[in-house]
Design a protein around this ligand. Structure first.
Ligand code: P71
Length: 457
């Protein structure tokens, strides 16, 4: 059979509700044209994020019932730890309530003012947690990554020449660690190849710089390697993931993505001394090292989710359904970040709305329009998220790209939902020339996109 189907049937359903255009207009105004501030009840198809929005399986819910809620050394912790160790292979496994808690602990112990932390592309919370320590978060993706229309099988790769130059320029003592984000979220959900990760490790090792993986979409990344990298077609995704992590010294993980759960994360390292310091900090702010701010039931759900996410049928369906959305909107003339990513399709708003300058947030304007048209909630990854106004010169620094991310929650929507999305996006595309820009009326000092208020120009 050629048709790729959802490899599950549905046991529990949740209603979704359509609103009228007039209602949505009023909702947008009240929310300051910021979709983070729109009530989920007022959203028909929610593509804000694939984080924490997965549908859990019957086995995960059974795990929730089995969760051992002992404060210390619960049975659920050991199931969680053993599963993580089996796939990730690191010596120490520290549970955290989500990815950014792992980031905060890792960076506050390793980074300081004057340091530089390279990554293919830092996601917003990673960048913010590094900058909060005074260090610099540096993006060095391959040049193709910044050109939405260019096709490349591993567009998430790091520019290894730039990594070498960075070490020569600032010196290894100012680089306490390097990161690689798989898949590269801010860069279009694009995968990183094994060859690239191996080369990064070879560059770092002689300088004693550890490599950490920002691992939240590791299974999708491993599937792309299996499909696209020479020599991996006959390996299982689990074997590929194991190989990827074998080149690293640790990882941060938001379990809200490829562990198919609604909350959770972890931090891993092979460094004994660092692990000790991390656990001390964990006790201070998150919880005892065998639960790290999670319930025993959450640890069970993560362990089960990590096994399910590596199933070949699941990944084949997952990547095919994202690709389906991408192919159908590009066939209708909508420019996207090519090729389709793993967890999301990114519309290139700079190309679609060339009449809106970066300082008027074209990608935010497009995200607002998708909500207005059809009750779809997407997220801006552009100058609202990553742009800055220099506090001294007042000069506006735009983000390299202006993207609208349509993130697909795992196991949640069916093909008819995707067909509806395609229709709505093509409808908006027809009248793209009439879409107007936005201006900021309020912004917070960091991570401003979460709470910003805007108004139409
Ligand atoms: C995503 C998110 C979550 C999010 C963030 C900002 C706005 C809306 C939603 C979170 C990531 C991520 C990567 C590569 C670390 C985190 C933090 N992504 N690294 O994509 O993508 O994890 O949310 O569990 O703290 O929507 P956390």
């Amino acid at each position: 059979m050629k048709t790729i189907i959802e490899p599950f049937k549905i046991k529990v359903v949740e209603p979704i509700r359509m609103t009228t255009r007039e209602e949505r207009e009023a909702i947008l105004e009240k929310a300051g044209y910021n979709l983070f501030l729109v009530h989920a009840d007022d959203v028909l198809i929610d593509l804000l994020t694939d984080s924490g929005t997965s549908a859990m399986s019957a086995e995960q819910w059974a795990g929730v019932m089995r969760g051992d809620e002992a404060y210390a050394c619960s049975k659920s912790f050991y199931r969680f730890r053993d599963t993580v160790t089996d796939i990730f292979g690191f010596k120490h496994v520290i549970p955290t309530h989500q990815g950014r808690a792992a980031e905060r602990i890792l960076f506050s112990l390793t980074c300081k003012k004057g340091d530089v932390i390279p990554n293919n592309t830092h996601f917003d919370t990673t960048r913010a947690n590094i900058e909060f320590t005074g260090a610099e978060a540096l993006d060095i993706p391959i040049p193709e990554a910044r050109k939405p229309e260019v096709n490349h099988p591993f567009k998430g790769n790091m520019d290894t020449k730039a990594l070498r130059e960075l070490i020569d320029r600032v010196g290894a003592e100012r680089i306490p660690l390097a990161l690689i984000t798989i898949t590269n979220n801010s860069g279009g959900g694009q995968p990183v190849s094994v060859a690239n990760i191996r080369e990064i490790k070879e560059i770092l090792a002689p300088h004693g710089i550890p490599l950490y993986v920002d691992a939240c979409r590791f299974a999708e990344n491993a599937y792309f390697i299996q499909q696209r990298e020479e020599g991996y077609a006959d390996k299982s995704v689990k074997e590929i993931a194991q190989e990827v992590f074998s080149y690293a010294d640790g990882c941060t993980m938001s379990a809200k993505k490829d562990a198919l759960v609604n909350i959770g994360g972890f931090l891993c390292t092979n460094n004994d001394l660092l692990a000790e310091q991390e656990r001390d900090l964990l006790i201070l702010t998150e919880g005892f090292p065998t639960y790290g701010g999670l319930a025993g039931r959450d640890l069970e759900a993560i362990a089960q989710g990590l096994e399910e996410v590596l199933e070949q049928d699941y990944l084949e369906y997952r990547i095919a359904s994202t690709r389906y959305l991408g192919e159908h909107i590009t066939a209708g003339g909508v420019p996207i970040m090519e090729p389709p990513g793993g967890h999301a399709i990114y519309i290139d708003a700079k190309a679609m709305l060339p009449h809106i300058p970066a300082e008027q947030f074209p990608a935010q304007a497009l995200a607002v329009e998708l909500y207005r048209e059809a009750g779809i909630r997407a997220v801006e990854i552009g100058s609202l998220m990553f742009g800055k106004t220099d506090s001294e010169t007042g000069e506006f620094q735009a983000s390299a790209m202006e993207l609208v991310r349509l993130a697909i929650p795992r196991r949640v929507y069916t093909q008819s939902h995707v067909d509806y999305l395609v229709e709505a996006i093509l409808e908006v595309n027809k009248r793209r020339e009439s879409i107007k820009g936005l201006e900021l009326t309020y912004e917070a000092p960091f991570l401003r996109h979460f709470t910003a208020k805007l108004k139409p120009r």
